[in-house]
Write a new protein. Structure first.
Lengths: 171, 672, 192
């Protein structure tokens, strides 16, 4: 590479670095005193990052999130309680900014379904086990009671697998 | 050159369709030549896709920016390593990668000796090739990585900075291998249904495939968590993000499948469950990838939206419906060979295990998909955050931990309460003592943590006792020394003791999760140069971080690295320094906050540089203490080891030795 | 020979329940997915009537609110922006200039602040000298009605209330002025 190109490249890099350090490149909100970050994060944990998914407002490092946390700080300094801050954000930006959606009509269905499934599963289990459990014990036998149904030329798979297991052939 | 790649893919598509059709026709007409032709075609498909992959890699490495995909995922400044792995950095390339993997597995399975399973082979070819054809078809018609731009860009836009981390390099391939290799057991299951070979055959053939697929899926999940923890800088490893969940849900169905097959092998029971579980696993894999790629749920992970969605939906619809109806039509042939003898038996525990995991899968699936349902039914997309997932799954995880300890100790068929009580006595004591010690001496107060640690201790004790019983039995009967006895025990019974090792790995992961979830501490402070901040954990101790200053790090071409120096003191003693950084990627104008950590077995001290003023007179830091978090990664290594043990094929010599014993008729062996 | 199953009736019943339940769930799932794939995006609003809205304005404006319905008969340019949106900076001054040039010619510019804090939004407006009516999108309603996929997005609404152009991303001067000229031009003379 010619000398001029080297010099230009160096000059450019130098300028870039200087401007990188001189210009604010991360959002630095101006505070009269240091904000109580921990309190802000406590509240922010219950809010979603507005422009991303799966990250809450406390963990997000984008400019938007910095500004929103700054907003929380303003509200807190004005004397808002944690819940009041959350209410403010929900009104201002819609309820989808809340980590835990309000348990009203529409979201009730979200929570209710797993419970229904659990109860249904439990009920089925009880019914199935009752149906299967034998009243008297049967003698334990090695030879299986029947041949399997399959039409292919397969020897009694259960006997085979019992033998295989005993001989560790299956490993 | 790119055109050659595209042509190769089009040929592969044609050949895959040919293979699928010819295989099934050959089976119906019992024409061996047709089936052989299909088999060869399958190998051809793999070869052709490999050609395409080689070409796209060449284009990536040589920087052929006129190719749209190359321009999207790489740039001049990218080192060779990241260019090679950019194959899976974007939608088009990752679909090609997925197709390639699938074609490899589809071919590998055809290399085995088919013997008595020849009846199923044509249908295995059919199912695998149809799936390969679908994915190659997507690439050919909708997501073509060989597409050319009208002009030649001076430079590419480069890989997303978030993806430039070692973890992100291996996480997708490992995860994709896990996903894709489930096509094999699925294909065998479908083939077994079609040919009515509903016995053990398909299970035993695919057992190692399933285990391998499972370990890659589990490993992929952990790697994703490790990457998030190491790079994203929010102090955690799992966010219940829709795409994370999409890879967890198949795992939640594959794990009970792995276990439930034992019941079919031993007792010929739960056949319907097993069929349903493997079909569900693979269907969920495809559904999960649809979710990720179609943009239907937005996520930090999702690829850009495209025409892929509707095509995927059609494929999923056909696949689900066809599998479901085939399964129902063979309902009666999947009846159990045996009855359940007692409520208290390993059979009922396995059944409970299946139910619990299905419950977990339902909970996670429902929470992930709820925004879609709310959008469709109420026109409003409701966001579901971590609280839902944690609250609904926590009790189920606890039961799983419990069952992991209980199940190996309960005999098949019938167990007396007294006998179970005896066997579980010591583990239960260990569990209770652990809880008591934690509560009184250590000071753990949170119910969830106490229960979690208690169950881990219980299950760990139960599993170790199993080793002990085996080792001491060998020691007594054969006079082997303990180490030799342990070695031989595991060697003779790889499946069982490898499985127990996997359980131990899972317990270690659980310990890490419980510790870091319940006892994470965080704080954020603004520090001037020379100022100190403290962070305390009641169980770990106290850290002091002193800010020394900001400096520019060694910056490669594509980014500017700013480092902050912090001196660390642990409980008053100097403990090295931490250097959290912020990397600013010039081309994408995107910053990344990279944490620095001080890792020990007990905890991680994890710090990020949140921001600074001017040239660093003051800087803001966020510090976390994550107790026990490294046990997650240790546990991961252990369960991979366990899988190696469990899947390791028996050596020639040992099976010969054993075969000679076969002359002696098997006596009534005690139920294992 | 197969041993008879102890409970053949409940096996068939079980199968039928499974069949009906499964079919119902599968079809439902596919339907839900299909609906979600079809969700409206902002670009779909092209050539459709503009959704009505009422925007609460920032304090510096005399009016408290502005309603789209009240602006019928004028050309309305609705610009979605945010102070944290880097791409928006590129068009900010241009939009203000266009506002100054066209406000006496029957064109109204309206700025909708998306997912922003008042403090930062006002600072942005001050920095770029924005004087056209702007305000925060309370409850995120307007952004949802217009189905925006990001910022900046600009909607050009004609005098009859139809969206004639959806601009995704920042707009350039030539295109902006060309669109406005076309919109305010008198309709071609009618053939008799």
């Amino acid at each position: 590479m010619s000398h001029i190109k080297i010099v230009l490249k160096l000059a450019f890099t130098f300028l870039l670095l200087i401007s990188y350090f001189l210009l604010p490149n991360s959002y630095s909100p101006t505070f009269a005193q240091d904000p109580d970050y921990d309190r802000i994060n406590e509240i922010a944990k219950n809010l979603n990052c507005p422009t991303c998914t799966g990250i809450n407002l406390a963990d997000c490092r984008t400019l938007t999130c910095e500004q929103w946390r700054d907003q929380i700080n303003d509200l807190v300094e004005q004397g808002y309680s944690d819940q009041e801050v959350l209410d403010y954000f929900a009104t201002r930006y819609g309820t989808q900014v809340l980590q835990e959606p309000p348990k009203d009509g529409s979201t009730l269905f979200l929570w209710v379904l797993p419970v229904i499934v659990l109860l249904a599963g439990g009920a089925w289990l009880v019914w199935a086990l009752r149906r299967w459990a034998r009243p008297e014990p049967q003698p334990v036998s090695v030879i299986p009671q029947r041949e399997p149904v399959s039409t292919a030329s397969q020897p009694s798979s259960q006997y085979l697998s019992q033998v295989e297991k005993d001989l560790h052939l299956g490993d | 050159m790119p055109n050659v790649g595209y042509i190769a893919l089009t040929l592969a598509l044609t050949l895959a369709v040919y293979a699928a059709v010819v295989a099934v026709v050959g089976a119906k007409r019992r024409t061996g030549e047709l089936i052989a032709s299909a088999r060869n075609a399958a190998f051809g498909v793999t070869g052709l896709i490999t050609v395409a992959v080689v070409i796209i890699e060449y284009l990536l490495i040589s920087g052929h920016y006129q190719t749209k995909y190359v321009a999207e995922v790489s740039n001049r400044a990218a080192p060779i390593f990241y260019r090679v792995t950019a194959l899976w950095g974007g939608q088009d390339g990752s679909l090609l990668f997925w197709s390639w993997l699938m074609s490899i597995f589809a071919a590998l399975v055809l290399l085995r000796k088919w013997g008595s399973m020849r009846v199923m082979m044509p249908y295995v070819i059919g199912v695998t090739q149809i799936t390969v054809a679908f994915f190659v078809g997507l690439v050919v018609f909708v997501a073509n990585p060989f597409e050319q731009l009208d002009f030649v860009p001076a430079d590419g836009s480069g890989l997303n900075p978030l993806l430039r981390h070692f973890g992100m390099i291996i996480h997708p391939p490992v995860l994709y291998i896990g996903f894709v290799s489930f096509v094999i057991p699925y294909a065998f299951a479908i083939a077994a249904l079609i040919t009515r070979q509903t016995g053990d055959l398909w299970l035993r053939t695919t057992r190692r495939w399933t285990l391998t697929a499972w370990v890659f899926l589990s490993g992929g999940l952990l790697l994703g968590g490790w990457w998030a923890y190491d790079v994203l800088g929010w102090g955690g490893y799992w966010g219940w993000d829709p795409v994370e969940n999409a890879s967890l849900i198949p795992w939640l169905v594959a794990t009970p499948f792995l276990h439930s097959v034992m019941m079919q092998e031993n007792r010929g029971m739960l056949k319907r469950w097993n069929m349903a579980l493997i079909i569900l696993t693979f269907c969920l894999v495809i559904e999960g990838t649809f979710l990720t790629r179609s943009g239907v749920i937005s996520s930090v992970h999702t690829f850009a939206q495209s025409a892929i969605g509707p095509l995927f939906l059609v494929f999923i619809g056909l696949m689900f419906i066809a599998s479901f109806y085939l399964f129902v039509s063979r309902w009666n042939e999947l009846s159990s060979d045996n009855e359940m003898d007692s409520l208290l038996s390993r059979e009922s525990v396995f059944l409970l295990n299946n139910l619990i995991f299905i419950g977990l899968a339902v909970a996670v699936w429902w929470g992930t998909h709820f925004p879609l349902f709310s959008e469709a039914l109420m026109g409003e997309k409701i966001v579901v955050g971590p609280p839902f997932f944690e609250q609904t799954t926590a009790p189920l995880w606890a039961i799983v931990l419990l069952l992991m300890g209980v199940a190996p100790l309960i005999p098949w068929r019938r167990a007396s309460l007294k006998k179970i009580g005896d066997t579980l006595l010591w583990p239960a004591v260990v569990g209770l003592v652990t809880i008591t010690l934690l509560y009184t001496v250590v000071g753990v107060q949170i119910f969830g943590a106490l229960l979690g640690f208690g169950l881990c201790a219980f299950t760990l004790a139960a599993t170790l006792i199993e080793y002990w019983r085996g080792v001491s039995a060998r020691h007594r009967s054969k006079g082997e020394s303990y180490p030799v006895a342990l070695w031989r025990l595991i060697g003779r019974n790889r499946r069982r003791y490898g499985g127990y090792l996997i359980h131990i790995g899972i317990i270690l992961v659980a310990i890490g999760v419980v510790g870091s979830r319940f006892y994470q501490v965080e704080t954020q402070r603004n520090l001037a140069v020379g100022e100190t901040m403290t962070i305390n954990s009641e169980f770990i101790g106290s850290y002091e971080l002193t800010y020394r200053g900001l400096r520019e790090g060694a910056s490669p071409d594509d980014r500017i690295i700013t480092e902050a120096l912090l001196d660390v003191k642990f409980n008053g003693q100097p403990a090295g320094e931490l250097i959290p950084t912020r990397e600013f990627f010039v081309v994408q104008e995107q910053p990344m906050t990279i944490p620095d950590k001080r890792s020990t077995l007990a905890d991680d001290l994890y710090v990020i540089l949140a921001g600074w003023e001017g040239s660093g007179e003051t800087a803001t830091f966020k510090a976390y203490i994550n107790p026990l978090v490294n046990w997650l990664w240790i546990g991961g290594i252990v369960f991979v080891l366990g899988t190696l043990v469990a899947a390791w094929p028996a050596s020639q010599e040992s099976s010969e030795r054993v075969a000679s014993r076969a002359k002696v008729p098997a006596t009534a062996a005690p139920a294992k | 020979m197969e041993q008879t199953l102890p409970h053949p009736k409940s096996s068939t019943l079980g199968r039928n329940i499974f069949l009906i339940l499964g079919t119902f769930l599968l079809l439902g799932l596919i339907a839900v997915m299909a609906i979600n794939l079809q969700k409206t995006e902002s670009s779909d609003l092209q050539d459709r009537p503009a959704p009505d809205f009422t925007l609460t304005l920032f304090d510096q404006f005399e009016q408290d609110q502005i309603a789209l319905a009240d602006l019928r008969g004028q050309v309305v340019v609705v610009n979605f922006w945010a102070s944290w949106c880097v791409e928006c900076y590129k068009e900010a001054e241009l939009l203000e200039r266009a506002w100054q040039d066209y406000k006496d010619r029957g064109v109204v510019f309206v700025g909708v602040d998306y997912l922003d804090t008042d403090k930062e939004g006002l600072a942005y407006m001050k920095k770029y000298g924005i004087t056209y009516p702007s305000g925060p999108d309370l409850g995120n309603k307007i952004s949802e009605d217009y189905a925006i996929t990001g910022v900046p997005e600009t909607f050009f609404i004609d005098q009859q209330g139809q969206i004639i152009h959806v601009q995704i991303g920042p707009i350039e001067q030539a295109q902006l002025y060309g669109l406005l000229d076309r919109l305010i031009a008198p309709p071609p003379a009618q053939d008799s």
